[in-house]
Design a protein around this ligand. Structure first.
Ligand SMILES: NC(=O)c1ccc[n+]([C@@H]2O[C@H](COP(=O)([O-])OP(=O)(O)OC[C@H]3O[C@@H](n4cnc5c(N)ncnc54)[C@H](OP(=O)(O)O)[C@@H]3O)[C@@H](O)[C@H]2O)c1
Length: 352
């Protein structure tokens, strides 16, 4: 019999749009779901780049943490115990069972997020990442490390926010092969192109995406297709176990698209969207990112910040999953869903 753990301790690396929403909801809307698992969550540490680091083995008070960060102050005032010198030092010492990786995406190397995940697994913490860097660049290695350490590495929020795509393929399609996929996986460009259909300017629509917290820290990564490229690589790594570097993706962004192009497409019953495609032929995987004209009756022709993924399978035909108006709330939910998956493990998340 395993000892039931009433409290699971989590530590966050990165406390921006997703981290703040997560902590806010852990103290509110997510409590019911956690109670149903017979568990409580205690946030024992938060590390940021320029807003300090706080560790408290007794648990940080979510309201105090949010108040400090929203007023632009350092979390250091809430820190209890020996000085923590760096993010790596934090990951190596924080008293937690689960590390949640929420630092910004680096599309060229997937760092320092991949190192963060590796260090946490190495000391036998479970890891949840909404950062697609580690999934695209290092999934096979990190999965092997997690297996050796008897811990979970989960990343449902890394692509399509809270829509369960990794879980769908891993758990609900046994015996099926994914032959190819195509998706509108970048909410920011979908929102921009959709607003342009309504006559808004691209720059204003980008500001809306930024206000919603769905744009990447550097929005050029959305517009130039880097975010889409790395998501395509993350899916390929997860679906096929094959690593493709984002620099090898044929990539075209939405920069050249004008309001006239958008309106002309609409007159022809089509929407312009940035589409990520992946296809496997033997051990070869090809991933592309480019704007496409999508017929209005296609599952990918959503409005606003909708995103969609269509899987072509060998035994189950075509399966599509759509997320309506993805926001940071759904990404925070993805982290909760991974946390609940950890709580359902026989070891109930206990790392030590
Ligand atoms: N927002 C979404 O809708 C969404 C959806 C799916 C996936 N994601 C992914 O989730 C991750 C987080 O997104 P976000 O929107 O929350 O990002 P964000 O608002 O830009 O916040 C990033 C946080 O990471 C911290 N940080 C940066 N470098 C760090 C380091 N080396 N060590 C410790 N902390 C560091 C920043 O600290 P400072 O503030 O002090 O600089 C900030 O707190 C990204 O990888 C993103 O791609 C986001």
């Amino acid at each position: 019999m395993h000892h039931r753990s009433p409290t699971i301790r989590i530590a966050l690396v990165g406390f921006g749009n997703v981290g703040k929403t997560l902590v806010e909801r852990l103290g509110g809307a997510y409590q019911r779901a956690l109670r149903e698992e017979g568990a409580q969550v205690r946030v024992t540490g938060i590390a940021t780049r320029s807003h300090g680091i706080a560790v408290d083995p007794q648990g940080l008070d979510s309201r105090s943490v949010l108040r400090l960060i929203r007023s632009g102050r350092s979390l250091g005032a809430l820190h209890r115990g020996p000085v923590v010198k760096s993010t790596k030092h934090f990951i190596k010492t924080v008293p937690a069972d689960v590390l949640v990786e929420l630092t910004p995406l680096d599309p060229k190397r997937g760092e320092p997020a991949t190192t963060h995940v590796r260090l946490a697994l190495a000391r036998r913490m479970h890891v949840i990442s909404a950062n697609k860097g580690p999934v695209a660049f290092a999934l096979a290695r990190l999965r092997a490390l997690a297996r050796r350490k008897g811990r979970a590495f989960l990343y449902e929020g890394a692509v399509m926010d809270g829509a369960p795509i990794f879980n769908l393929v891993e758990r609900c399609l046994p015996g099926t092969k994914i032959l190819s996929f195509r998706g509108t996986l970048n909410g920011t460009t979908s929102l921009i192109l959709s607003r342009m259909e309504d006559g808004l300017r691209a720059a204003d629509a980008l500001r809306e995406a930024q206000a919603l917290g769905i744009a990447e820290a550097d929005p050029r990564h959305d517009l130039d297709g880097w975010d889409g490229a790395i998501k395509g690589c993350a899916l390929a790594h997860a679906f096929w176990g094959i690593r493709v570097l984002p620099t090898r993706v044929r990539r075209k962004g939405i920069g050249g698209i004008t309001a006239r192009d958008v309106r002309r497409a609409l007159r022809h019953g089509e929407r312009l969207r940035l589409v990520v495609r992946g296809e496997r032929r033997g051990q070869q995987v090809r991933i592309t990112v480019a704007p496409e004209a999508i017929s209005l009756d296609d599952p990918l022709a959503g409005r606003g910040g909708d995103s969609a993924l269509l899987l072509e399978t060998d035994l189950a035909g075509e399966i599509a999953i759509v997320e309506r108006e993805g926001t940071v709330d759904q990404t925070a939910y993805a982290v909760l869903s991974d946390l609940l998956a950890i709580l359902r493990r026989p070891d109930r998340g206990e790392a030590r």
